[in-house]
Design a protein around this ligand. Structure first.
Ligand code: 13P
Length: 350
């Protein structure tokens, strides 16, 4: 393990004002999103959409890296250039989703465990050779009535995340560790916070057992938010306070950084909540004084409304790329506490 290179990569991902573009939807998820806006669900349309995202001008001003799916990391742009090369030429690091999906957890109806550890070492080596420098594994935690999530679900997912992280380091990839407490449900924000704290404690306990070097990992958590069908929804300030408190209680100061998932929040809400985390902890003229950088690794909150604008039409490509860059700029501004609703009115082009 080249510790120095791993730490440098992890730190580059959360460089000041930058975050990640997650574009690693599995084929079925990508097809579902295409179907929702009337785009043909073909290999070529998926390739073409991913090329559109990666070739958006000036994206790397705000985006340090992109998370790809297995299909995408093997594809080329129309002129034959590998899409990985396109990302590198644009100044962005390449990451890869390496789990094989959340499957039903035996004996625990309604709960999932993420699979993909079998053969992972060899797959990681292959991705490293293809140019990836970081990886992603997502565990999914559902908040339900009574004892859900179960200790079994939390433990199984945390164990898998730690085993994956250790394998990543062995091969030379920075692991992005994503334990996602889902927003679906009627639970309160306090319950989301309690569950998220329990999950993160378990994840870091398992990372400790596996001897994972914390300085070379990134955490990709959910924000602490009430369930989507909870009657009481939170202000951005509420989300910022609870999220930061939850992280301070559970996440070692040693890790390289935290890059939130969006989890189905709108682009504007995700930006305003991220912004509130930075204004609350910023001192005049300074960045946040937390032990780790807080950044973003959004899929939907960055890609919406790009996909809708594109609609599979070449003629809409530039407008779709402008929309992507706009969301990237809003989130970059949020990392400095400079995002405001005003920014949404002016969509600047390079
Ligand atoms: P969302 O931001 O849409 O939750 O996606 C995050 C993610 O991990 C996709 O890879």
């Amino acid at each position: 393990m080249n510790t120095h290179a791993l730490i440098q990569t992890a730190q580059a991902i959360v460089a000041k004002g930058k975050g990640l573009l997650a574009m690693d939807e599995s084929t079925s998820t990508c097809n579902r999103r295409f179907a929702s806006v009337g785009i043909a669900q073909t290999l070529e349309m998926r390739r073409s959409y991913r090329e559109l995202l990666l070739s958006a001008p000036s994206l790397s001003d705000c985006i340090s890296g992109v998370i790809l799916y297995d299909e995408t990391i093997r594809q080329t742009r129309a002129d034959g250039t590998p899409l990985v090369q396109l990302a590198h030429d644009a100044g962005m690091l390449v990451g890869i989703k390496v789990d094989t999906g959340a499957k039903d957890l035996a004996g625990h109806p309604g709960e999932k465990v993420t699979e993909g550890l079998d053969g992972l070492r060899e797959r990681l080596q292959g991705y490293m050779e293809m140019g990836a420098r970081f990886a992603k594994w997502r565990g999914v935690i559902t908040v339900g009535d009574g004892p859900m999530p179960s200790p079994a679900c939390i433990d199984a997912n945390a164990h898998a995340l730690a085993r994956y992280a250790a394998l990543c380091h062995e091969v030379g990839l920075v692991p992005l560790i994503e334990p996602e407490v889902l927003m679906t449900g009627a639970h309160t924000q306090a319950r989301c916070q309690a569950v998220t704290e329990e999950v993160l404690r378990s994840v870091f306990a398992h990372l400790d057992v596996q001897g994972v070097l914390l300085e070379a990992v990134l955490l990709k958590p959910n924000m602490v938010i009430a369930g989507l069908s909870c009657v009481t929804q939170n202000t951005p300030q509420d989300v910022a306070i609870a999220t930061v408190q939850c992280l301070l209680r559970t996440v070692p100061a040693a890790i390289a950084g935290i890059t939130f998932l969006s989890g189905g929040q709108s682009g504007e809400l995700a930006s305003s909540r991220l912004n509130a985390m930075h204004t609350r902890h910023a001192k005049p003229g300074q960045m946040v004084t937390l032990p780790w950088p807080l950044s973003f690794s959004f899929a939907r909150a960055l890609q919406h409304p790009t996909l809708e604008i594109w609609s599979g039409q070449q003629a809409n490509k530039k407008a779709a790329q402008d929309a992507l860059r706009h969301r990237a700029r809003c989130n970059s501004a949020a990392l400095k506490g400079n995002y405001s609703a005003e920014m949404e009115k002016a969509m600047d082009t390079p």
